[in-house]
Design a protein around this ligand. Structure first.
Ligand SMILES: NC(=O)c1ccc[n+]([C@@H]2O[C@H](COP(=O)([O-])OP(=O)(O)OC[C@H]3O[C@@H](n4cnc5c(N)ncnc54)[C@H](OP(=O)(O)O)[C@@H]3O)[C@@H](O)[C@H]2O)c1
Length: 244
């Protein structure tokens, strides 16, 4: 039996948090694999730059805030209006702040919870009708190893990431029979702009052992390329330099 990866040519993928890090790397790798990508994020200048790099035939962008349900609807609508369908959604947007339960302001805690958990719910909820209309597809949720076992200096962040893993598991049970695969991806530390100023410092030597944004993007691409007869519901990944 031959076992081949799925061809992603002209499949349509929505990606949130596409202005930086993992989301931008995923956009590049998926476009390279032939997919068309609809990019969400708040920073318009970065969205414009990425669309120019990937080409307007391959990428469309919507300035949006994942905390706003209507913004997520607009992002999905842009994909469907432009290319007539949606095959996959990558709920990737997120923010991180290190610190104990007393270390953040109320506003910071709300921002983390609303962005990481509520934002994921709104993105998936906006995308599912279009995935059902396409006869199935993929939901990929970028959580973290912090969502598998939280560290002592990141309780609130870890809680949001556990919530994403729980959401993904429950959605798998809800959506599998409709041909929608739901996968949670749980990377260890990745060298991106993430948490800079909130516990990480640019140029910190510890970051050199971290995963690269492209390592996680490659995992996202691999999830989408799996033959549709199988699903892997949870991927955890570390670099060879990181202790598990
Ligand atoms: N870096 C790590 O060590 C690590 C490890 C495990 C998991 N993760 C997870 O990976 C995901 C991506 O993180 P990253 O490392 O790529 O970080 P990053 O480089 O800081 O990128 C974060 C992305 O999320 C977007 N974003 C943040 N708040 C948003 C909002 N309210 N609405 C829309 N977009 C928003 C940002 O875009 P705008 O600012 O333009 O809106 C940016 O594109 C996150 O969910 C994070 O929890 C990261």
């Amino acid at each position: 039996m031959t076992y081949e990866l799925r061809d992603l040519t002209d499949t349509v993928v929505v990606i949130t948090g596409a202005t930086a890090g993992i989301g931008a790397a995923a956009a590049r790798q998926l476009a390279e694999a032939g997919a068309r990508v609809a990019l969400g994020g708040r920073r318009q200048d970065r969205l414009d730059t990425l669309v120019a790099e990937l080409g307007a035939d391959r990428a469309v962008a919507v300035p949006m805030d994942v905390r706003d349900p209507a913004d997520n609807q607009r992002l999905v609508a842009a994909a469907v209006d432009t290319w007539g369908r949606l095959d996959s959604v990558v709920a990737n947007a997120g923010i991180g702040m290190y610190g104990g339960i007393l270390d953040h302001s109320d506003e910071e805690i709300e921002r983390m919870m609303h962005t990481n958990y509520d934002g994921t719910v709104w993105t998936v909820r906006a995308a599912v009708p279009a995935l059902l209309a396409a006869g199935g597809g993929d939901v990929v949720i970028v959580s973290s190893v912090a969502g598998l076992r939280g560290g002592g200096d990141e309780a609130v962040y870890a809680g949001t990431k556990f919530a994403q893993v729980g959401l993904a598991g429950a959605l798998d049970r809800e959506l599998r029979e409709h041909g929608i695969r739901v996968t949670a991806i749980a990377p260890a530390g990745v060298e991106t702009e993430f948490a800079l100023g909130y516990g990480r410092t640019e140029g910190d030597p510890a970051l050199t052992a971290y995963l690269r944004d492209d390592d996680v993007a490659f995992t996202i691409r691999t999830v989408l390329q799996q033959p549709r007869a199988v699903r892997t519901t949870l991927w955890a990944l570390w670099s060879m330099g990181q202790q598990s």
